[in-house]
Design a protein around this ligand. Structure first.
Ligand code: ZN
Length: 245
């Protein structure tokens, strides 16, 4: 693969604001992974089914509780509940997972592996500029990798693929909040200077409550296209990497 942009949305609430974002993705023919909670699956099954016609639906836990505040057993119960509901809707297992607030650890990844998840996308691999972020827990590879059992921020031999939430120059994150807050030329300059081989574009439905968000998102998509990024969802990234393993 050449330069790849992983497109994802975390869907835990504000679902009524999602469709306008997806319209932009459809307009530019972008694949995306929607990390969706079990609650959303349970409460909005028709919406989820309609999203699934164009986009990948993956797991964002059942209740959106942070994994550093619950036991391994509770994590397991959440995944089982999610997978059961997902199975009823789609007749298969979800391939991907993202933990709430990006706080993952080795035992969490091991659990995901045992539950048959093919990839995780929780790790924030570099220090995000502008503010302290509790999801950042140390440096990690900036491209998808198989983690080490003892240290999930290093390459190793686990079967689950980690697709890190990698940003641009100096870790500049291509996430909703900064797409809203930063003047767009900063992204333009940054991606003009340096185009990382792998980058993630991620957001939440509620980002769309700010009027400038959709406009800037569209500019971002055009900018990434002009830099020859190939857009992919998690399943596609997993498929291309596992094939070449
Ligand atoms: Zn979330």
């Amino acid at each position: 693969m050449n330069k790849v942009c992983f497109v994802s949305i975390d869907v835990e609430r504000s679902v009524e604001n999602l469709d306008k974002i997806l319209d932009i993705f459809k307009k530019y023919n972008l694949p995306a992974t929607l990390f969706t909670t079990g609650y959303v699956l349970e409460r909005y099954p028709e919406r989820v089914l309609s999203w699934s016609r164009d986009f990948e639906i993956a797991c964002h836990t059942f209740t959106h509780r942070y994994w550093d505040t619950i036991s391994q057993e509770e994590r397991e119960t959440e995944l089982e509940k999610f997978n059961k509901l997902y199975g009823q809707m789609f007749n298969r297992k979800p391939a991907g997972f993202r933990v709430p607030s990006h706080i993952i650890d080795e035992s969490g990844l091991k659990l995901l592996e045992n539950k048959g998840f093919l990839y995780d996308s929780s790790i924030v691999p570099h220090y995000p500029p502008f503010k302290r972020y509790r999801g950042y827990q140390g440096k990690a590879p900036l491209v998808p990798y198989y983690p080490d059992e003892q240290n999930c921020r290093q390459k190793g031999k686990m079967r689950i693929l980690e697709i890190p939430a990698a940003g641009g120059l100096f870790g500049l994150p291509l996430v909703g909040v900064w797409i809203i807050k930063l003047p767009f030329f900063i992204f333009k300059i940054s991606l003009g200077i340096y185009q990382p081989p792998f980058i993630t574009l991620s957001m939440h439905p509620w980002d769309n409550l700010k009027t400038r968000f959709l406009r800037n998102l569209e500019r971002m998509v055009k900018l990434l296209k002009s830099k020859n990024y190939q857009f992919a969802n998690g399943r596609e990234i997993y498929a291309s990497i596992s094939k070449n393993k």
